[in-house]
Ligand binder design. Structure first.
Ligand code: PMP
Length: 456
């Protein structure tokens, strides 16, 4: 016991001194050290270095979709590393894991989305999609099409283009100013007829932005089918199809960021499959390997590749780890397990349990409202007065408090509080069973009760 305690203390001190953490206040980390040092995981559970068990209600970063401790994924990595740990994809060099994975992902993507470009993660995937969109238009003799539209509150990553496309203002305030080629539309405001808005909001709608900038200057629009980090917002019925139609009308490429939604999170291969819409490109990362190893990529319609093969030019874009053999081998195994173990059927069955539990929270807790879930991607919101939609005073830090109360009871969730919102996100591993989902909600119920008592 003493040994354990001194190890935790040692790790805490080393972390404070040497480890600069992403998405963390450096001062707090430097002074207090890590809130948890995770040491191992099994299914929906993880343990900390002191041996306490936590439920991972977020699949860590919405990515550990098959849950923790899947030995088969480790075995796939080991086998591939023993055979060929790394080989280049540049200059046309190829290898079986990347070839097979590109074919597999093409077979899962809608219609003629049959061509895959690999990256190491999601931000690189989105930056790649923007470059390929602009390159496509250049090849078609329309090199003025350079601007990218995205949605306010959308999250697309932290590389140059993906930060600029991210519509959560905090990400663009780290270093300013953001590139003027990235324009933000109000979430799910397509034009002013749809969405029941006045003409004053025209300039914030996707149609308004395209028409004001001139379609000849717009390369693409990117959006998450279900917005994740911005607050887990599902689009209104008909929105994605109407956006597809608008993109066709204006000749703008439609890119969906499937980095959270892809590979079963919503009970379908991709988020767009919930609305039967085919984008021109989609980006993926996280769930492709269940987070066991970094991998991301872009899937595109054949027409985009077809433009490139009309020239002899080199595609001057690529990462050392594009198509990393070990990552691809793990992804192949991950997708095989999802199919073999009917993981998406589990997601579709558990969605009902998830929704019923969310409804119970609304029934039993006066500040909880606007709960929603597609597959195992869900959230609820907290308002001081939910009937009048009166938000909590930002000082209260309502969603943070609830998530903290849950953490004290060994459940990991995520608080989303950009722009004064108070949203609690829940995204358990896709292998979660009924008892595990009920266990998650039992703790949320207790966490909410503790929060309500603290208000008195
Ligand atoms: N897009 C979305 C929708 C995401 O959720 C994320 C990661 N949270 C990214 C892009 C960026 O991916 P990465 O962190 O792998 O660069």
């Amino acid at each position: 016991m003493k040994n354990l305690e001194s190890k935790v203390n040692e790790l805490t001190e080393l972390d404070k001194e040497h480890y600069l953490h992403p998405l963390t206040p450096p001062k707090m980390q430097y002074e207090q050290g890590p809130p948890i040092i995770v040491s191992e995981g099994n299914g929906v559970y993880v343990k900390n270095e002191s041996g306490d068990t936590f439920i991972d209600g977020m699949s860590m970063l919405w990515n550990v979709n098959l849950g923790h401790g899947q030995e088969e994924l480790g075995d796939a990595a080991k086998e591939q590393m023993k055979t060929l740990a790394f080989s280049s994809s540049f200059n046309g060099y190829s290898h079986e894991p990347a070839i097979r994975l590109s074919q597999k992902i093409a077979s899962m993507a809608p219609e003629d989305m049959n061509v895959v470009f690999f990256t190491s993660g999601g931000s690189e995937a989105n930056d790649t999609a923007f470059k390929l969109a602009k390159y496509y238009w250049k090849l078609k003799g329309q090199s003025s099409r350079n601007k990218v539209i995205s949605l306010s509150r959308g999250y697309h990553g932290v590389a140059q283009g993906s930060t600029s496309a991210t519509g959560i203002t905090e990400f663009n305030s780290l270093v300013g100013p953001k590139s003027p080629d990235y324009l933000h539309a109000e979430p799910h405001l397509l034009d002013c007829e749809l969405g029941d808005r006045s003409h004053e909001d025209y300039h914030k709608s996707v149609r308004g932005i395209i028409e004001q900038e001139g379609p000849e200057n717009i390369a693409a629009i990117i959006l998450e089918p279900i917005m994740g980090a911005g607050g887990v917002f599902t689009p209104p019925e008909g929105y994605l199809q109407a956006l597809r139609d608008l993109c066709d009308e204006k000749d703008v490429l439609m890119i969906t960021d499937e980095i959270i939604c892809g590979f079963g999170r919503t009970g379908k291969n991709f988020g767009v499959d919930n609305w039967n819409v085919t984008p021109d490109m989609l980006t993926f990362a996280k769930g492709s390997t269940s987070g066991y190893i970094p991998l991301g990529g872009v899937v595109m319609r054949e027409k985009i590749r077809d433009e490139m093969v009309k020239t002899d030019d080199v595609l001057f874009h690529g990462f050392t780890y594009s198509g990393h053999p070990t990552s691809c081998a793990v992804a192949l195994k991950n997708l095989e397990i999802i199919e073999r173990d009917n993981v998406m059927d589990n997601v579709n069955n558990m969605e009902q349990v998830f929704k019923a539990e969310l409804q119970k929270l609304e029934d039993n807790h006066p500040h909880v409202t606007k709960s929603r879930a597609v597959g195992l991607l869900g959230a609820f919101e907290l308002y001081a007065d939910r009937d009048k939609e009166k938000p909590f005073d930002p000082e209260t830090g309502a969603s943070f408090q609830v998530v903290d109360e849950c953490f004290k009871r060994n459940l990991i969730l995520r608080s989303i509080d950009w722009n004064g919102s108070n949203i609690v996100a829940i995204a358990p591993p896709l292998i979660a069973n009924k008892e595990e989902i009920e266990e998650i909600f039992k703790i949320i119920d207790e966490g909410l009760t503790a929060f309500e008592q603290s208000l008195k």
